[in-house]
Design a binder for this molecule. Structure first.
Ligand SMILES: *Cc1c(COP(=O)(O)O)cnc(C)c1O
Length: 412
């Protein structure tokens, strides 16, 4: 949904140069059409199978994005009470919410039960005991799946790989049957599913297929022991192309490769995609402030920084950076850096790129997931606004912060 027409880069039918001039920079811009297309690719390819596509809120939790997905029928995967609050504010249906995460707190469990969420993905026996106690006090029965750790290698960045036994997530799949068994004593929780999530930005889906097979086997074994297992939650994690021309798995093809397994199992399916729904649907617009040269090294100093988009600094992640308006000059090789006082503050290093001048706009591509949500006020920089494009129309869905908002809640 981001493409050039003539020399100008558009998001849907909106020229980004105009938008940048109107809203200012830095600014995140999302294509609603791209978000909905990706959601529908999951929903439609799961087809007649009973399923919920639970969008992983942590990838991009802006109310307008959640609202767009809620109206399309999505459920949500949350990892905190704050995310549940956002889902409810955005008009999401709590009955389609699954609650994941290794450190759920008592007040969050209380809030989730009060809101009537679909199910908990439990990561330890102690957590199950807490949920049972709170559910008993409220006089309700909470549905749960155990998040198992299938001990498969997602072959992704170590910070976002979660499915090996060395990681803090889940319960070892070999120990899970005993945990389900011991949990029979808890009268206010019901074992209804098995879940996993092995990592993020997975470009080769075979480890996901491998873990699905392990989950199906576990579900069969539990059913044989008399547990009423009704669903399989396979987490999120499908990767996207960050480099132009890079191959990423197609959502529809990925789901189709699982169809047969799901159909035979008779289980309903929950899937928790985040990045693959919003990642490619967003860009970060930034303006060139200065060009400078230190010895042989060329720098393009821009007004977006690591506090706006931390992925390059944190994961050494690559984002394509393209001009919002083409110019005919020969390309340059430069580091694209922001104003933050750290050498780790860069958006790209030794990048062959357009020969831009101060005042030109650049688009940092594929910034819709783990972009704004990981932004901060470091260096007391104001957090960037967010804009949602729908066809030829656009609206600011989060205003740029002000100095007043920067110090909200503080006292001298
Ligand atoms: C982060 C996360 C997701 C989403 O991962 P993506 O790579 O963004 O698809 C899904 N489920 C759980 C439990 C997560 O922690």
């Amino acid at each position: 949904m981001f493409s050039y027409s003539g020399n100008d880069l558009y998001c849907e039918q909106v020229p980004l140069a105009d938008l940048a001039a109107r809203v200012g920079t830095p600014a995140f811009v999302y294509s609603s059409q791209a978000i909905l297309c990706n959601y529908q690719a999951y929903d439609e390819s799961l087809g007649a199978l009973p399923h919920i596509v639970c969008y992983a809120v942590k990838a991009n939790s802006s109310l307008a994005v959640l609202g767009l997905l809620a109206r399309a029928g999505a459920g949500f995967d949350i990892v905190s009470g704050g995310e549940l609050f956002r889902v409810i504010q955005a008009g999401g249906d709590p009955a389609k919410v699954v609650y994941s995460g290794v450190g759920k707190m008592a007040d969050e469990v209380e809030y989730a039960l009060e809101s009537g969420i679909h199910s908990f993905n439990c990561e330890s026996e102690a957590e199950l005991e807490l949920i049972d106690a709170i559910a008993a006090r409220r006089g309700v029965k909470a549905s749960y799946s155990i998040r198992v750790n299938p001990d498969v290698d997602a072959s992704t960045h170590p910070y976002i790989s979660t499915g090996l036994s060395q990681h803090k997530f889940g319960i070892d799949i070999t120990e899970a049957p005993a945990v389900y068994e011991r949990a029979r004593q808890f009268r206010n929780v019901a074992a209804e599913g098995v879940s996993c999530h092995i990592g993020s930005q997975i470009l080769d889906p075979s480890p996901i297929l491998e873990s699905v097979d392990k989950l199906l086997e576990l579900a069969r074994a539990l059913r044989a022991e008399g547990f009423d297992i009704q669903r399989l939650d396979l987490g999120g994690g499908l990767g996207i192309a960050y480099h132009a021309g890079e191959e990423a798995p197609a959502i529809r093809g990925f789901i189709e490769s699982l169809q047969e397994r799901f159909r035979e199992s008779g289980l309903s399916v929950v899937i928790e995609p985040g990045r693959s729904i919003v990642g490619a649907a967003g860009v970060l617009l930034t303006r060139v402030l200065y060009r400078k040269r230190n010895g042989p090294k060329e720098f393009v100093v821009v007004d977006a920084a690591m506090n706006d988009l931390i992925r390059p600094s944190l994961y050494r992640a690559h984002h394509d950076i393209v001009p919002v308006r083409h110019n005919p000059l020969p390309k340059i090789t430069a580091d694209v850096v922001g104003p933050v006082c750290e050498s780790g503050d860069f958006l790209a290093r030794d990048r062959e790129m357009a020969n831009v001048m101060p005042g030109d706009f650049l688009a940092v591509r594929t910034a819709g997931a783990y972009g704004f949500v990981l932004s901060s006020n470091y260096n007391s920089r104001l957090r960037a606004p967010e804009v949602l494009v729908e066809g030829g129309a656009w609206r600011v869905i989060r205003k740029r912060e002000t100095y007043e908002e920067l110090i909200r809640g503080e006292t001298v």
